[in-house]
Design a protein around this ligand. Structure first.
Ligand SMILES: NC(=O)c1ccc[n+]([C@@H]2O[C@H](COP(=O)([O-])OP(=O)(O)OC[C@H]3O[C@@H](n4cnc5c(N)ncnc54)[C@H](OP(=O)(O)O)[C@@H]3O)[C@@H](O)[C@H]2O)c1
Length: 272
């Protein structure tokens, strides 16, 4: 068991907690989700997010909003070097990896991204061939880190066995109701950062455990859910196109959940 990998050090970029990926990049634990945000609504949301302090944006080729994300980044005045950008390859682009990445870079208006993910596992052996292209893109400096999304531990082990390179990140659906310490541990012991998506879509924000803890800290249940991710060192990427929610979701660094409160929230996953 890779003990060192379990001792992941939480570092900080501009006051925001971050994790160090296996390849050495620093990934902010709070990111901004952009799925289903399109056109001017996406542009406005990303500008608002950067103004609210997010320094990590999650997009994908499939979201068809990379151009808006890129324009928002440039117009925000926040230097490119301060923002961690993730995009994802749709598996049906297997065999066309480098042209798809070039299109992402062009859309975003950047020379390189911070993290490129395989959006979900392509069928059969194509997963390994796509992963080899990811390694080549990383080696060519077009992305600083590489990872996957919606992969099982067995599927990630297969990539490692075939190429000697583990994914640095796996982005999967995660929330208190989906909390599964065994799955989290599978990632930690491999030195793979777990990035959670859809923190709210699978959460009852009126759950009395969450509202009770929220009241005790003078925050909202949504903030409690995001803070819970951060304290588990799980990356959270809430999406919102509502200015007030964008700000509230980023305001999670002024309170700390107690060990007991963390355990109470963890227990919401035990019914699954
Ligand atoms: N890799 C994958 O396969 C995958 C799959 C799904 C998602 N993702 C990524 O993960 C990100 C987040 O997941 P998601 O967009 O599915 O869902 P989410 O972030 O869990 O939920 C977004 C929904 O919650 C609402 N919301 C936001 N903040 C709220 C708050 N404080 N209180 C109450 N409601 C709030 C939003 O409404 P408004 O926008 O109207 O404010 C929106 O309807 C995506 O945007 C995407 O970047 C990845």
């Amino acid at each position: 068991m890779a003990h060192d990998a379990e001792e992941k050090i939480m570092t900080s970029i501009d006051g925001q907690p971050a994790v160090t990926l296996a390849g050495g990049s620093e990934m902010p634990l709070l990111g901004f989700g952009t799925w289903q945000a399109r056109g001017s609504s996406c542009y406005d949301a990303v500008v608002a997010a950067l103004q609210a302090g997010y320094r990590h944006i999650d997009t994908a080729t499939m979201y068809a909003n990379e151009a808006e994300v890129g324009r928002a980044l440039r117009d925000s005045g926040v230097p490119r070097s301060e923002v961690f950008i993730t995009t994802k390859l749709p598996p049906d682009r297997a065999g066309h990896e480098s042209s798809t990445l070039r299109a992402s870079l062009h859309g975003l208006g950047v020379d390189a991204i911070d993290l490129w993910l395989i959006h979900w596992p392509p069928a059969g052996r194509r997963s390994v061939s796509v992963w080899r292209e990811f390694i080549a893109a990383r080696d060519a400096g077009l992305t600083k880190a590489i990872g996957v999304s919606n992969y099982s531990a067995a599927q990630m082990d297969e990539l490692d066995k075939e190429t000697g390179q583990r994914p640095e990140v796996n982005q999967i659906r995660w929330s208190p109701a989906l909390h599964d310490p065994a799955v989290h541990q599978q990632h930690r012991k491999r030195g793979i950062v777990l990035e959670g998506y859809s923190p709210f879509k699978t959460t009852n924000l009126n759950d009395p455990t969450l509202t009770g803890i929220a009241e005790a800290h003078g925050v909202t249940a949504a903030q409690v859910v995001l803070r819970w991710h951060i304290q588990h060192e799980i990356v959270a990427i809430p999406k919102s196109v509502t200015p007030h929610r964008i700000r509230v979701n980023a305001d999670i660094f002024g309170f700390t959940l107690t060990t007991e409160q963390m355990t109470q929230i963890d227990a919401l996953g035990h019914t699954h």
